[in-house]
Design a protein around this ligand. Structure first.
Ligand code: BGC
Length: 792
């Protein structure tokens, strides 16, 4: 792909540094690290699990195993802090020695892993090693920005680098299996776990899913520094009703295939060797007991040969779901649907042997499940070398190169949402002349919260706060800090001191947000997406001083803050940026690097619009062209799909993000007027492997300002006249390019079969005769389309 050479050079320098220090040689040239539009059907990578030598060893071992030993391989327990309701049998040493345990997770050191591993390989009859897992979501010790922020970089190379570093640190602690990536498409910011994914778009989600898998699993799974990925949660968890965690999801098969399944498919095509089933009920059947998704789609259609694990106690939860009267029936339903390993619930351990003896679970199904577990253990090289060299664990400070990589990622993840003029020029970037700076707010000097939820073994002492970085940059004498209270509480005096601090400054940085671990992530759905505690009051009072205010919003989701977006002149979505929060923010605020993140979720104006997402269907009564800023005045304005008291559009659309320059797009052009559906269908699934490009869409993108930019150029299409209704726009490609001041660049995207395909009325992926609209645009809402026809 013709990537911008300067950006490439920059990345190559970073990649070079990282590869020397981390021993990570890039597996592909950079040009292949980004994706255009081959995500819908993609290309299969040779799986680490397709090795005939491994199959032979699996079969030989299986033959020696007793029924109980087989069941043992399918049981997984947590040996550390719970990440769910705590249940399970704590007698691990004896159970492991008997061969009753296949996997343990939540251990905290190589030493602890080795101790358990000695029991497994020395005491158990068949010496089968344990597989150690952990939730490594955005870092083991080197904590990167949260996944939603990583996705906001629109840079799969950054995600891959993150995952490689995470793999190296995890494996050094004995962890060879990470429960990541979470690829659940999420359209509802009430759902706390929106922070763990790549947002609302299946194409972007697929690109990111692949990048995670490449980074975690490396070139060879058996390398000591590689870890098995676990793509989760299968499936529909992101669509829980009302955004309430663990709730029910209702998704048609068409929408499942168009929107929710593609990132899973992409991760598996990239070689993910494991997958986790989800908690939610999908279309009336709990996902952990769903043979349609776990067997029909995953195994039969996609040919997945890896390991499927339940989510935390989700097998046992089939009882409260009401489809199993007891844990025996739960075990029967889960394994027969396709779940190989029971995380925590003990349902397999207690019941599976009996179920097999009574023919409720077939010997063949049991053997399949055991094969899936053993295959991954062999592929990881655990039988050759089950132990971890304890000297590999990081002692003391983090290596500089990892810290730099975390900063590089954070800098590119911030989304500049608003930057109005104050005193004749936009407030940002700050300059040497910005004067006295007041840093206000409970996030300004809050190391723990910079890590975000699911921070694993991340440490607050590794995190550099905004206050620390700002004082270093501007000089302690120029910065005054007032906390303004805690995240959830504040006294009148706290607020008063903050206001006084603001009054004495020339510019105010207001660092506010939601509490990372309590208000974002799992079991943190919120029905009120406002600023917690008295932060809104703090915001209003500080803004009322009339000083130029920059709001830095730390959150795991978009927060619709109507007052702030109307009155505060500059706003940055900072997400939870990780250990380099402060230095990364300071570099962007002072313009050392341009803001370049773009939204991966639509930013609602108000709670009542949720779910609001860009790739929606048009309806039969679209409200386009109507002025929705006031209530309907006549029946024409009334009987369209709208709210009578709010606009339809989000405050900021998917793909949106400002920078310090202005970027202009020419009209999109396409080099063919007509394409043949038959010719396209002959190439379906081959775009990434050199399937013939059928047309090329191009536009000229110009940096019309006087500061350098990194611009994420996006390619969208709409198909009209298809057998199923297609979204008003869908993303099918993007490129991140660097533009010097005044520079123009012609940006082209191939349009092939994969981009132009849809899941048709029979639920087949194919290209249909249709009218195609094509936009190359800075976000999902702007531009005028080019057009082409797909004929029979
Ligand atoms: C979460 C999973 C996680 C598991 C193990 C569950 O509560 O839903 O995402 O991997 O716990 O910690």
């Amino acid at each position: 792909m013709p990537w911008n050479s300067r950006h490439c050079a920059k990345l190559l320098v970073t990649a070079g540094i990282l590869s020397v220090v981390l021993g990570f040689a890039l597996s592909k040239p950079l040009s292949a690290q980004t994706h255009e539009n081959a995500e819908r059907s993609g290309v299969e990578k040779v799986s680490a699990l397709a090795d005939p030598a491994i199959e032979k060893r699996v079969e030989a071992l299986l033959k020696q195993m007793t029924l109980e030993e087989k069941v043992g391989q399918l049981a997984q327990y947590s040996s550390g802090a719970p990440t769910g309701p705590s249940t399970g049998n704590p007698d691990y040493p004896n159970m492991i020695s008997r061969g009753d345990v296949g996997s343990l997770f939540n251990l905290d050191s190589a030493r602890a892993a080795n101790q358990y591993q000695h029991l497994a390989v020395e005491k158990s009859r068949l010496h089968i090693p344990l597989l150690f897992g952990l939730d490594v979501i955005h870092g083991f010790r080197t904590t990167f920005p949260v996944p939603l922020a990583l996705a906001s970089t629109w840079d799969p190379f950054i995600v891959e680098q993150y995952a490689r570093i995470a793999a190296q640190e995890s494996s050094a602690a004995g962890v060879r299996w990470v429960f990541s990536p979470m690829v659940d498409i999420a359209r509802d910011p009430r759902w706390g776990r929106i922070v763990e994914g790549a947002g609302e778009d299946p194409y972007l989600g697929s690109v990111m899913a692949r990048a995670y898998v490449r980074g975690y699993q490396g070139k060879k799974l058996s390398d000591k520094e590689s870890v098995a990925a676990c793509v989760k949660h299968f499936v529909g968890y992101g669509a829980v009703e009302g955004g309430r965690d663990y709730n029910t999801a209702e998704i048609s098969e068409h929408t499942l295939r168009e929107i929710y399944l593609p990132p899973f498919r992409a991760a598996i095509r990239e070689g993910s060797v494991s997958l986790m089933s989800s908690f939610n009920t999908l279309n009336g059947l709990p996902a952990t007991a769903n043979p349609f998704t776990l067997t029909q789609i995953l195994r039969k259609e996609w040919g997945f040969r890896g390991l499927t694990v339940s989510d935390w106690t989700s097998v046992g939860e089939l009882v409260p779901h009401g489809i199993a009267r007891d844990k025996a029936v739960a075990a029967q339903k889960a394994i027969n649907a396709g779940v190989d390993m029971d995380m925590i619930s003990d349902s397999y351990h207690e019941n599976l042997a009996e179920l097999v003896k009574h023919g409720k679970v077939s010997q063949a199904r049991l053997d399949e499940a055991v094969r899936d577990v053993l295959r991954v253990k062999f592929a990881l090289g655990l039988f050759e070398d089950p132990f971890t060299d304890e000297s590999r664990e990081i002692q003391g400070a983090l290596p500089t190169e990892r810290v730099e990589a975390a900063r590089f990622a954070a800098e590119r993840s911030f989304v500049l949402l608003k930057n109005s003029a104050a005193g004749g020029r936009p407030i940002l970037p700050l300059t040497g002349e910005s004067g006295r700076i007041a840093l206000i707010g409970p996030m300004g000097d809050n190391a723990q919260n910079m890590l975000g939820p699911w921070a694993g073994h991340g440490r607050a002492e590794d995190a550099v706060t905004l206050r620390a970085a700002l004082e270093k940059r501007a000089g302690a004498g120029k910065v005054r800090y007032a906390k303004g209270g805690e995240l959830q509480t504040a006294s009148d005096a706290d607020i008063q001191t903050a206001v006084e601090t603001a009054q004495q400054a020339d510019v105010v940085l207001l660092a506010l947000g939601e509490e990372a671990a309590e208000q974002s992530g799992e079991a943190a759905s919120r029905a009120h997406l406002d600023l917690p505690g008295r932060q809104e009051e703090l915001l209003e009072k500080v803004t009322a001083t009339g000083k130029p205010v920059v709001l830095l919003l730390f959150s795991g989701r978009p927060l619709p803050l109507p007052w702030a977006f109307e009155h505060v002149p500059a706003i940055v979505a900072a997400w939870f940026p990780g250990i380099q929060a402060g230095p990364a923010l300071v570099r962007v605020l002072f313009g050392d690097v341009p803001p370049s993140g773009k939204l991966v979720v639509s930013w609602p104006r108000t709670m009542g619009q949720i779910p609001v997402y860009y790739n929606a269907l048009n309806t039969g009564r679209p409200a386009d062209g109507y002025d929705l800023t006031h209530p309907p005045r006549n029946s024409l304005e009334k009987y369209v799909s709208r709210y009578i008291d709010e606009q339809n559009t989000p405050l900021f659309p998917f793909g949106f993000g400002l920078t310090y320059s202005s970027v202009e797009y020419s009209q999109t052009e396409v080099d063919s007027a007509k394409l043949s559906a038959a010719a396209l269908n002959a190439n379906l699934g081959r775009d990434a492997s050199g399937g013939t490009t059928q047309a090329t869409a191009s536009a000229t993108v110009k940096n019309a300002g006087n500061r350098a930019v990194d611009e994420v150029v996006q390619l969208y299409i709409r198909l009209i006249g298809t057998s199923m209704e297609e979204p008003v726009r869908k993303l099918v490609g993007f490129k991140r390019i660097a533009l010097a001041p005044g520079e123009s660049r012609r940006v082209s995207f191939p349009l092939g079969a994969d981009a132009l395909s849809l899941w048709d009325i029979q639920n087949n992926l194919r290209v249909e005769p249709s009218h195609v609209q094509i936009w190359i645009s800075p976000d999902s809402s702007r531009g005028l389309p080019a057009e082409l026809e797909i004929i029979e």
